[in-house]
Write a protein that binds this ligand. Structure first.
Ligand code: FES
Ligand code: FES
Length: 122
């Protein structure tokens, strides 16, 4: 039911853990299952220089956060904001339909962090 790529990102997530010296932290939670994702960013102007995450959630949620951190590292805020949960799911090679909403946690946490960056830079 899960692709090999998804299982790999779940078992050995990339960029996982708290970033003590993060510039910005963004969080998202699911009202359905109570699971959460936190995203930590280090910025260089409007470029995402470094990113890490912590997810308390299912395999799909953890794999989504992991691959999203890979996808946005080195990207500008504008580029990163264009990435949706569907892009995450595509990048993982697909996901069972009933799990797709779990990938929204990663998108939402990243967007929460990026909107804080934008608010600070105003
Ligand atoms: Fe909660 Fe997937 S079941 S994140
Ligand atoms: Fe909670 Fe998937 S069931 S996000």
């Amino acid at each position: 039911m899960y692709t090999e790529k998804l299982i790999k990102h779940f078992q050995e997530p990339h960029n996982v853990g708290v970033m003590e010296d993060a510039d910005i932290v963004g969080e998202a939670g699911s009202p359905t299952c109570g699971d959460t994702t936190t995203v930590y960013l280090k910025m260089d102007g409007d470029v995402i220089k470094d990113i890490s995450f912590q997810t308390y959630g299912c395999a799909a949620a953890i794999a989504s956060s992991s691959i999203l951190t890979d996808m946005v590292k080195g990207k500008t805020i504008e580029e990163a904001l264009k990435i949706t949960k569907n892009d995450i799911v595509d990048e993982l090679g697909g996901m069972p339909a009933e799990k797709v909403h779990c990938s929204l946690l990663a998108e939402d946490a990243l967007k929460a962090a990026l909107s804080k960056v934008l608010a600070e830079n105003k």
